[in-house]
Design a binder for this molecule. Structure first.
Ligand code: NAD
Length: 295
């Protein structure tokens, strides 16, 4: 991606960094007015470098909006029983509002003890599940009455809303069907009355599906998969992907240089969806604190 994209593409760019900062400032104002501050517990198992960065950013985000964060660093070889015991303890701690276990957990190959992620997700009490990963919370996303929102898809919705993108009646293509991004993304767009297609690794003719879409949300994990010739002129393109290109540089699923001239709006990577995800985690922690009676 060129260095001067903000100069070159001006108001086409959905500036996630700026919108996320505004959003966090609004949360900070709400938190400042509370007598008891929301509190987020973050558990990290092992030494995965990307996870270390994410956890540090979550701690920073909490500090920025005036929330308390509690960080639990556990060694790589931590057993499922030990992790579940800590989660139980945090479930019972009345001051803790949100519990987040940083995924992925270390694999056996990396020296981990083979902890079952499903068991860990299910152990967090539903009202403290600030990632909205538990089946109950996923059900609420489906029903459209979720209090705790899926962070990345909800962040995309804020970006669309604050950029004045209309969803009602639009053809929306979500590329990717994961439980944390693709599926809940499709649901949130559906609740706003978009006409939704979900593409995935077995879909046929992805370029044709793309060319029909007014809004494309790419959440695949393949560097520069979506190119300008696949995009309908004037479409809005949201890039959730976080990949490394051939030079080891961070890039999305969208080939920015060829798509930006065709799209009407586009999120860059970095500086697009990523910054919103943490902001939505903070929003969920504030919501959880309020639902648990903190004022
Ligand atoms: P995942 O691996 O769980 O899912 C990828 C999906 O892409 C699958 O459903 C698969 O069917 C689909 N897919 C694979 N190849 C495809 C192809 N050729 N055509 C169409 N679909 C294809 O990944 P995920 O957890 O959903 O994450 C997706 C990307 O988003 C990754 O790059 C990840 O790093 C990034 N991500 C970013 C944020 C953020 O905050 N910015 C948050 C979560 C994930």
């Amino acid at each position: 991606m060129a260095e001067n994209i903000y100069e070159k593409y001006g108001n086409k760019i959905i500036d996630g960094k700026r919108i996320a900062a505004e959003y966090r400032a609004e949360i900070a104002t709400e938190v400042a007015a509370m007598e008891r501050k929301p509190s987020l517990a973050v558990i990290i198992v092992g030494e995965d470098p990307a996870s270390q960065v994410y956890v540090r950013n979550k701690e920073r985000g909490c500090a920025e909006v005036g929330m308390t964060s509690l960080l639990y660093r556990l060694p790589t070889e931590t057993t499922e029983e030990e992790l579940l015991r800590l989660i139980e303890h945090l479930n019972a701690d009345s001051d803790v509002d949100g519990i987040l276990v940083q995924l992925p957990l270390p694999s056996v190959r990396d020296g981990g003890s083979g902890i079952d992620e499903g068991a860990v997700i299910a152990a967090v009490s539903p009202e403290k599940d600030v990632d909205a990963f538990r089946a109950e919370n996923v059900g609420h996303i489906m029903l459209g009455d979720a209090q705790l929102l899926p962070c990345t898809p909800a962040g995309v919705m804020v970006l669309l809303e604050r950029s004045g993108v209309e969803i009602e009646g639009k053809r929306c293509l979500v590329i990717g069907r994961s439980n944390i991004v693709g599926k809940p993304m499709a649901m949130l767009l559906l609740h706003k009355s978009g006409t939704i297609t979900v593409a995935h690794s077995r879909s046929r003719d992805l370029p044709a599906l793309c060319r029909e879409a007014d809004i494309v949300v790419a959440a695949v994990g393949r560097a520069k998969l979506i190119t300008g010739d696949m995009i309908k002129p004037g479409a809005v393109v949201i890039d959730v992907g976080m990949n490394r290109d051939e030079n080891g540089k961070l890039c999305g699923d969208v080939d920015f240089d060829s798509v930006a001239p065709v799209a009407s709006k586009i999120t860059p990577v970095p500086g697009g969806v990523g910054p919103m995800t943490i902001s939505m985690l903070l929003r969920n922690t504030l919501t959880a604190a309020r639902l648990r009676g903190k004022k």
